[in-house]
Design a protein around this ligand. Sequence first.
Ligand SMILES: [Fe+2]
Length: 175
Amino acid sequence: MWPELEWIKDIDLKEKTTLTWALALQRSVLTPDDLNTIPFTLLCGPDLKVTFMDHKRCVVHVALDAGKKMNEFFKTDLPVDMDVLIAGAILADVGKLLEYEMKDGKSVQGNYGKYIRHPFSGVSLAEQCGVPDAVCHIIATHAGEGNMVKRSTEAYVVHHADFMTFEPFRERLKL
Ligand SMILES: [Fe+2]
């Protein structure tokens, strides 16, 4: 599912990131096959074909490239921890696996997901797997809730990688 896990250099962090996804899949009604089939959001209408995994993996690729460029141009003025960035991008939406319920053979948002949005459930899953605070911070702040707190550099990158690949699907200028 996640060839991008290989980009994490720290073995311990790679294991804990993998474990968090395994735990989420174990607790989810969704399978890896579902994640390669269902649309990545329900907010962009019925015609959206981009799958959950296509979007999640794209965010990790965009974050990787952005982090590399920031390190290249800004050097020690704004250092980006690439391991923290990649792990955070891979885990940002892991809590979404708990937001779904099966209803009449279709995956829909369940009550748990309404009460506990995925930034919160994602942190819960990650902490159970020993994921470090700097990465949990990215999960916690990647979405709109994160606008209320001060983000780390890596959290800013993941937040924007996520939103720049989502908002134009939801609404964009068309001529
Ligand atoms: Fe998200």
